[in-house]
Design a protein around this ligand. Structure first.
Ligand SMILES: Nc1ncnc2c1ncn2[C@@H]1O[C@H](COP(=O)(O)OP(=O)(O)OP(=O)(O)O)[C@@H](O)[C@H]1O
Length: 308
C-alpha cells in the first residue's frame, strides 16, 4: 500500500492554477523528495494531503485513508513540519512538546526529543527568543512526537546552517530506518540527494519527472561533460563530433588553445579519435558529471542545460 496516493489533483486559486491534474505515489517506507522551484505547488499539495486545503478536483489517499474524510486519523499518525515558523513566543520548548505529546496521546520525553534535534540546552527558554534555526529545530522535534508512520517536512532546512541541515538529514535517515515514510519538499536539489530514494520534480503544478537521483541524472542530456583542449579546431571536425551518436551538443570555448565542450552520453574515446583522425592534437581532456543543479535546472527551466 502506498503511503500517499495523489490522483488527478487540481487546485485553482481564482485565476491561478496551482496544481494541474497532478498524480503520483509515495511508497511506504521510502524517502521521497518533492522538489520544485518557488510557486511550483509543493505547499499546496502538502496542504491538501493534510486537509488544510480542499482540492478543486481529484483525490488524495494517505496511509490508506481518504485525506478529506479521515484527516484526524491521518494527522494522528503523521508528523508535520510546516512551512514557516509557527512557534508560540511565550511558551518554552518543553511546553511546546508537552502540548504536542498530549495531543497525540504519545509518551515521548521532551528532553529526549530536544536532544535529538540539538536544542536540549534551550528546553526551558521561551521560543520568542529563539533564532530561526532554533525554532526550526523545535518544530522538527514536534514533528517527531509519537513515532509517526509518515513524516511530512515542508522545506525542512529553512533557517538551518550547514550543520543543522546535516543533522536534519541524519534525523530523516533515522526515522526512515525506524520504518517511517518521509515526504519532504525542497527547492534545493542537493538537499534531497543524500537522503532520498526517489525524487519528484514539480513544475507549474505538474510532475515533470519522478525517479531516483541517479535515474534523473542519467536522463538529462549531457550526463557527462567532456572538455577537450586542442591545438586548433575547424568546422569540419566540430561537425564530425556533433554527428557522433552519443554526443548531445558540442561547443567551442575560445581561448589559446581552444577548448571543446561536449555533452556525451557514452564513449568519450569516439570524440577524441574523431578529432585525432582529422589531424587535431588533443592536448588535454577532463570529464565532469552533470551536477544535480544542472539536472534540476534542466527540468524546471526552458533553456537547455550545458554542464560546465
Ligand atoms: N492561498 C492562496 N491564494 C492564492 N494563490 C495561492 C495560494 N496558495 C498558493 N497560491 C498560488 O499557487 C501557486 C503554488 O504555490 P505553492 O505555495 O504551493 O508553491 P510552492 O512550490 O510551495 O512554492 P515555495 O517554494 O515558494 O513555497 C503559486 O502560484 C501561488 O501563488
Amino acid at each position: 500500500m502506498p503511503a500517499i496516493t495523489v490522483d488527478n489533483l487540481t487546485k485553482s486559486f481564482g485565476q491561478t492554477l496551482a496544481l494541474d491534474d497532478l498524480s503520483f505515489q509515495v511508497e511506504e517506507g521510502e524517502v521521497f523528495g518533492f522538489l520544485g522551484p518557488n510557486g511550483a505547488g509543493k505547499s499546496t499539495t502538502i496542504n491538501i494531503v493534510l486537509d488544510f486545503a480542499r482540492p478543486t478536483a481529484g483525490e488524495v489517499t494517505v496511509l490508506g485513508m481518504d485525506a478529506q474524510q479521515h484527516s484526524r486519523d491521518i494527522r494522528r499518525r503523521t508528523g508535520v513540519l510546516p512551512e514557516g515558523v509557527e512557534t508560540y513566543d511565550r511558551l518554552t520548548a518543553r511546553q511546546h512538546l508537552e502540548f504536542a505529546i498530549e495531543s497525540k496521546n504519545a509518551t515521548d520525553e521532551p528532553e529526549a526529543l530536544l536532544e535529538r534535534v540539538g536544542l536540549v540546552d534551550a528546553i526551558d527558554k521561551k521560543a520568542g527568543g529563539y533564532s530561526k534555526g532554533m525554532s526550526q529545530r523545535l518544530m522538527l522535534a514536534m514533528a517527531l512526537v509519537g513515532e509517526p508512520d509518515l513524516l511530512i517536512l515542508d522545506e525542512p532546512s529553512t533557517g538551518l546552517d550547514p550543520n543543522g541541515a546535516r543533522e536534519m538529514r541524519d534525523i530523516v535517515r533515522e526515522e526512515n530506518e525506524r520504518g517511517a515514510t518521509v515526504f519532504f519538499s525542497s527547492h534545493i536539489m542537493e538537499q534531497v540527494e543524500a537522503v532520498c530514494d526517489r525524487v519528484g520534480i514539480l513544475r507549474d503544478g505538474e510532475m515533470v519527472a519522478v525517479d531516483s537521483v541517479e535515474g534523473l541524472r542519467d536522463s538529462v542530456e549531457g550526463g557527462t561533460t567532456l572538455r577537450v583542449t586542442v591545438d586548433r579546431i575547424d568546422d569540419d571536425a566540430l561537425q564530425a563530433v556533433r554527428s557522433l551518436p552519443d554526443v548531445g551538443s558540442a561547443t567551442v570555448e575560445d581561448g589559446t588553445p581552444p577548448t571543446l565542450i561536449v555533452d556525451v552520453d557514452g564513449s568519450k574515446t569516439a570524440v577524441l579519435s574523431t578529432l585525432e583522425d582529422r589531424g587535431i592534437e588533443v592536448q588535454d581532456f577532463s570529464t565532469s558529471e552533470a551536477s544535480l543543479d544542472d539536472v534540476f535546472r534542466s527540468y524546471t527551466t526552458e533553456t537547455e542545460v550545458h554542464a560546465r
